[in-house]
Design a protein around this ligand. Structure first.
Ligand SMILES: [Zn+2]
Length: 365
């Protein structure tokens, strides 16, 4: 059984503010966030009540709970009218009710965790739309909308995607300091908006992921999730930068991630294999998996995803067996997919009484 530690320097004293150490030796309180400015747009969105009865995300995972994350966001925004060349994150300001409504649809479908509409919310990507100086505003609003939807029912995992730039040492055009500053600006704003965790996702480069994880850890008190995107190849699964699942998991942990995993790029069958490789490398770390609804295919000139809610749900038991602790969806998934997979997870929990995370680890070792 892992030792539980009180949180040093945290003003919260009760047991619910204690959390178990993962495979690295970090201490912080997941509930401490940068407060919103009084009278600000973000504070107006934040609910008045504190979630005194809700355990933290890491407490739930440490107790062996299996959790459900939400599904695709971008595709739903497009169905609601987001234009192809429009900045998705700007909708947190221009269409807040639609953005919040998507989170509410996923919560109604059974999600314990919702992500924020901030995947491309780093200053590099926002610059392409002329919005670089609105990074703080967009990200605070993104977190606040998700928080308002899920307060008292679950957690906000604030989405942080790649910058779209490659580091100089990997042949690109940005420095470590530039990446670090960009990720820090985004993470601080997401924390100020009420995020419960930072979810760094769709990563391909270990170096970029490490900068994002460190920036989140050093500039917020939030737990950090980091998931990579792998593609199948002759030598097995690799990211676009050639990183294997076990390498990605270990590098993310070493940089300070509390939860590792994979998202996008694959349907659920490939994710079972990827999960197994990550679990073997990181036996005691919670793993989050968000599969696409299959690999995209072009039908009548449109990109479509063919894995049905029923099919994805039918593979959930194998995904859990491989070691997943949190299951959501990525491109092509909908509230219907999340509802079906949530039911499969709940059924699995009932069929196999809950074990603590350490019990699971003993089994997988
Ligand atoms: Zn995706």
């Amino acid at each position: 059984m892992a030792t539980r530690f009180p949180i040093r320097g945290c003003s919260h004293k009760s047991d619910r503010h204690r959390w178990r150490r993962a495979e690295t030796s970090r201490r912080s309180c997941p509930l401490r966030t940068v407060p919103a400015q009084p009278g600000s747009y973000v504070q107006a969105l934040l609910p008045d009540s504190k979630e005194e009865s809700l355990k933290t995300l890491l407490e739930r995972l440490g107790e062996g709970d299996l959790l459900i994350c939400d599904g695709a966001l971008g595709t739903l925004l497009h169905t609601k009218g987001l234009a192809a060349r429009e900045c998705p994150e700007s909708w947190c300001i221009s269409h807040p009710e639609l953005v919040q409504g998507i989170a509410e649809a996923y919560i109604e479908a059974g999600a314990d965790i919702v992500e924020t509409n901030s995947f491309g919310g780093n200053p590099f990507k926002l610059r392409a739309y002329g919005f670089a100086e609105r990074c703080g505003e967009f990200n605070r609003a993104a977190a606040a909308l998700a928080k308002r939807a899920i307060t008292g029912k679950g957690y906000v995992a604030a989405s942080v995607g790649p910058t779209g730039h490659i580091l100089e040492e990997e042949g690109g055009d940005v420095t470590t300091a530039q990446l670090s500053a960009a990720f820090a600006e985004q993470a601080v704003a997401l924390a100020a908006g009420g995020a419960d965790a930072i979810c760094i996702e769709t990563m391909a480069s270990i170096r970029e992921a490490v900068q994002a994880i460190r920036a989140a850890k050093q500039n917020t008190q939030l737990p950090v999730i980091c998931t990579f995107t792998f593609n199948p190849g002759a030598k097995g699964f690799r990211t676009m930068m050639g990183v294997k699942p076990d390498q990605a998991a270990l590098a993310a942990l070493d940089a300070g991630a509390d939860v590792v995993g994979a998202n996008c790029g694959n349907g659920i069958a490939s994710m079972i294999e990827i999960t197994g490789q990550m679990r073997a490398a990181a036996p005691r770390t919670p793993i989050l998996i968000q599969a696409n609804a299959g690999t995209p295919v072009i039908e009548d000139g449109k990109t479509v995803f063919l894995e049905t809610p029923e099919y994805m749900a039918s593979r959930v038991a194998e995904l859990l067996q491989a070691g997943a602790n949190v299951i959501g969806g990525c491109c092509g998934t909908s509230p219907a997919h999340i509802r079906a997979m949530a039911a499969a997870v709940r059924a699995s929990q009932q069929a196999h009484p809950r074990k603590t995370h350490d019990d699971q680890c003993t089994r997988t070792l």
